[in-house]
Design a protein around this ligand. Sequence first.
Ligand SMILES: *Cc1c(COP(=O)(O)O)cnc(C)c1O
Length: 443
Amino acid sequence: MTTVGTARRLVTELPGPRSKELHARRDRAVARGVSSVLPAYVDHAADGLLHDVDGNTLIDLGSGIAVTNVGAAAPAVTGAVREQAGRFTHSCFMVSPYEPYVAVCEELAALTPGDYEKRSALFNSGAEAVENAVKIARHATGRTAVVAFDHAYHGRSNLTMALTAKNMPYKQGFGPFAPEVYRAPMSYPFRDPAGLTGGQAARRALDHVEAQVGAGNVAAVLVEPIQGEGGFVVPAPGFLPELARWCAEHGALLVADEVQTGFCRTGSWFACEHEGVAPDLVATAKGIAGGLPLSAVTGRAEIMDAVHPGGLGGTYGGNPIACAAALASIGIMRERDLAGAARRIERLVRPRLTGLLERHPQVGDVRGRGAMLAVELVRPGTTEPDAELTRRIAAACHARGVLVLTAGTYGNVLRFLPPLVISEPVLAEGFDVVEEAFAEGCA
Ligand SMILES: *Cc1c(COP(=O)(O)O)cnc(C)c1O
């Protein structure tokens, strides 16, 4: 079997025989709790293409979950990694510091929203950044309550599981969860009453907080400016600014989880910028370092510096190789204007998704920003989620060599996160396949 698009090359079924062998080994060695979307084992990858161990070439519309914004093997990143690894791999910044850590914090101060003085601390994963943002917010405010939203995803550690909304698969059986986390309704235009404005949706959430938590107890309101795992839910305009205004009024901190939305993904450096919001603290990770594990909390200097020396850190946080990769990635984003590239991707992809909405009554909503776009699938004429159809369409894309991801509290969202450096022909071929999969799945 050989399918040749210009970019895709399928020489076996997916997964192929070598991938299947690896998978059998994996089943004997790797815990079942760690799963994979498409078990075609990767040999090498670049520019929106994944080359597997059987010689197949797949189109990547997932970027390893919004990580490889600059591509999976950008020469500037791999060169910086090699160069830094040759100098030293680790010293622990808390023991013997080094310049790349400082330089990443300088970049974060310059790039994140808000033109006040900032400080940053570096960590390894998104969950760790969110946890530390909560630690800092509690310390700086002397309060304990944290408000998180319906459909939120913040990670898999104990505190971030508590902050995450969805039970399966993230929380089931893993409790008890950290206390002092309160959930409020999100602005979800597709599912909210028609005409509910962002300001009204914020009021609905804040009424809830004032009645059930008490404004004076809130350390932090934690929000993804566009929800990621929750299904690329874009809050109605005005929602984020009203949360920011309320936080300022009541002495709570607005913490933006930009782990998935950050680093040019939505067509600007950070998604809060689309709403003109400068959060008190920002958590970043995923796209920051071209695939190396790195995360950060960045925020107002007086808040960040409220924590005593030694109160923040971790053995590997801000690893020098990851910092070198981040500096190279940020350089690429700046030089190649990847925020502009994300806006160009939206101009190419959104009309195709709108076309799906017009042709197929199962497509209830098209949403997102920049290169973070999704469709929500429902039973025709209703808002009832159709997770089964979503799975079938994703599987049809995978069988044809196009890697797409699903998302959503109800598992009924197909989301698209192409690398920002993907070429237009590869992107177009990817969405030709998505359209075929819909035509087949929705027939
Ligand atoms: C992925 C993600 C996290 C968790 O990041 P990890 O690096 O997987 O710990 C937190 N918040 C958001 C919005 C994410 O998308």
